[in-house]
Design a protein around this ligand. Sequence first.
Ligand code: BGP
Length: 483
Amino acid sequence: MSYNKKTKRILWGGATASSQYEGGYNLGGKGLDTQDCRPYLKRTSNATTTTRLLSQDIIDEAKKCKGVGNYPFRRASDGYHHIDEDIALLKELGIDIYRFSISWARLFPRGDEKEPNVEGLKFYDHVFEAVQQAGMKVFLTMNHFSFPLYLIEHYGGWTNRKLIEFYARYARVVFERWGQYIDYYLPFNEINAGYFSPYNGTGLVKEKDKPYNQSLVFQSLHHQFIASARTIQIAKEIAPKSQSGCMVACFCYYPLTSSPEDNLKALRDEEIHQWFCVDVLSNGYYPSYMDRFFRENNIVFDITDEDKQLLKEYTCDFVSFSYYSSSIATTKEDGQQTAGNLVVTTKNPYLKASDWGWQIDPVGLRIVLNKMYDRTHKPIFISENGLGAHDILEDGNVIHDPYRIDYLKQHFEQIDEAIEDGVDIIGYIVWGVIDIVSAGSCEMAKRYGVVYVDADDDGNGTYNRYKKDSFDWYKKYIAEKKK
Ligand code: BGP
């Protein structure tokens, strides 16, 4: 029998997230949200961590600042004022699908209102219509790392079960108003961030100088699981054609050595950091390996019978993940450390790293795709991937970014391999298709886009948009794939 390469056509896309892209933090009636309180700190060894672990005193300080000040998410890429121009650029790029998120605080400024903010509705009416007119499908992230601050301060955020109903109210508005536009959706971005980056993931505020209370971490996550199931329940009733997904950040753990201990550590790290949330949301119940983890770490939280029923009944249609780099697991803590997506890991001598120390590993993408498909047997969306790098705007407003083209090319080759392996892939979405503020470090200098935004870390610049070399490359690549 001759062997033919499979030629499955997948969707090609680009993504932004409201808090990192929109700005307009106090325009159109938007309420202050959790990301509006994260200050920009010049990068030192631990600056990234400091801006991701917020305690009430940092939030109080942020609330005193009435302008944009040192809070980059408040202006972000000024998408609020550039939306038409940006969608026109995405259309020119030729992507099939645009992933973006709605700011919860733009629709419900406090989060607990009965009725949404009309100006917020109008803003997103415009976005959905413009995306449709540009001929792109919609991949909606309903919540991408930003929560109305009022909910955090007055209800204790996701530690409080009431958030599920506030979220369900928000979800109902979204699907009643825009359900006909939504092809794919995620109730939450990288839901596993609630475990390893609680302020981003669930808006959990840290007690000053103390570690997070792990019972509250998992209670918050559990409430988001139930909010996900409620969202699917609502969407199935109002917009049954929209496909529901769950999304996690994937780290692809390798054991540092062939020792059984390192292998066991890799298994456990991958289960707890990466697979736990996928297992809950795609199977509809908590995996047994978590029982021991909860017991041994004295983690206790509340799960009702009704919760169990909802989880079981409303599992996701597809699974998805972000993937930037792979990680190392070891029982010995003496390896050299390097950064990864919201986590720190041991250096892998076989890999090069990005300007930010994230280890570049295209084969890891193929491994994650295979493992996730073997595990869930559900279609997969690669909802985030890309390279954060320093780009230089040269005379004539050109940006030469061969490193980004290389990164994308190598990862795309591995997608083809995974399709050959038999993995059912729906699509691929390049992260931060237009330069946006970094979710990890609050920097503008960490750029992912194929479109450059002329702004720096301090908010100086014209905010004009310029196409990078990678824009033309990605455009050509997609056009080829469409043939
Ligand atoms: C993921 C987030 C994105 C994002 C990306 C890159 O965690 O879903 O919001 O920004 O990682 O991370 P960073 O911005 O820290 O480089």
